[in-house]
Write a protein that binds this ligand. Sequence first.
Ligand SMILES: NC(=O)C1=CN([C@@H]2O[C@H](COP(=O)(O)OP(=O)(O)OC[C@H]3O[C@@H](n4cnc5c(N)ncnc54)[C@H](O)[C@@H]3O)[C@@H](O)[C@H]2O)C=CC1
Ligand SMILES: CC(=O)C(=O)O
Length: 350
Amino acid sequence: MKKVSSLSELGFADDIHRTLFRPIQQAAPPSPTQRRTKISVIGAGNVGMAIAQTILTQDLTDELALVDAKPDKLQGEMLDLQHAAAFLPRTRILASPDYAVTANSDICIITAGARQIPGETRLNLLQRNLALFKEIVPPLARYSPGTLLLVVSNPVDVLTYIAWKLSGFPPNRVIGTGTNLDSSRFRFLLADHLEVNAQDVQAYMVGEHGDSSVALWSSMSVGGVPILSQLTNDKAVVEQGVLEKIRKAVVESAYEVIRLKGYTSWAIGYSAANLARSLLRDQHRIHPVSLLAKGFYGIPDDREVFLSLPAQLGRSGVLSVANIHLTDEEAARLRRSANTLWELQQKLDL
Ligand SMILES: NC(=O)C1=CN([C@@H]2O[C@H](COP(=O)(O)OP(=O)(O)OC[C@H]3O[C@@H](n4cnc5c(N)ncnc54)[C@H](O)[C@@H]3O)[C@@H](O)[C@H]2O)C=CC1
Ligand SMILES: CC(=O)C(=O)O
């Protein structure tokens, strides 16, 4: 892609830096351990750009590469972000429809693809986005054989499975944003109900990012206080009615935002950047993300499904899965969610 506004194109001499600054004496060459970090975002639509701008404002990487199939839109988005350079931490921003621009990425975040129209479910998008993933994943894996893949496009769990198969990567390096977003919506609604700060609410949604997601009531806590076990029996029954409404509201959230504004973007932007930080900075933080779930929580070993479980994330991807206590009902719901996804995968032409 033509690079607009390069110094040489504007008529500056290549050695302008030497004219303006005097090098210090006896400078050592850059240390080989000071490697630059690089994140690539595939798909410069609503979601891709929300993720890109959150990554930039949070100073998460040295280089940000954008890829999209529409060259003019891509160029426009790149320039628009570059023009904010005076207000942002220094990040080199690149863009091209050619996957070579993603070479040597630490994380590739895939957001390209069809999105739901009002009333459509995430699973309706599968066939359209499967075809795109066959174009997108192989070049990403070729240009960055050591990268982590973070899948956002929907249906995110099945597409994470597809990305795993198409990349040939070990499963710990292929992750879906999964219910990290649903859990944030859950925490927001619980915090509102309990009149506390959402960051003090510990509560997970697990399973499918979508209609069969599972709320883990039994492990919810606020500031370390377990919520349900703290209540008397009578109160717990009343509270469970409210909590069930909250769970339904979480599942409905995306549909409501899509009905109102046509798409969702800001919350997934923060969710993906939150995951990128834990991965790139080796934070060992726990996030509910979509991972290869076979063998965990009673999901049979022969079921190669990706769905969200609370996992510890670090520089090499998924480090471990947290052993949270699930009630029998929660475990049964999780297995049903796994079955829904597994049955869908059986129909795929990979
Ligand atoms: N997992 C989650 O929590 C969320 C997932 N999503 C999903 O993210 C995806 C993107 O949504 P939006 O950004 O709103 O859609 P959008 O339509 O605004 O953007 C999609 C972009 O993908 C690009 N694209 C299409 N084919 C491509 C290809 N072969 N290579 C490169 N780029 C290509 C398009 O040109 C477009 O710019 C959808 O599948 C949506 O359902 C959206 C919100 C939350
Ligand atoms: C669209 C979508 O998956 C979400 O906002 O949850």
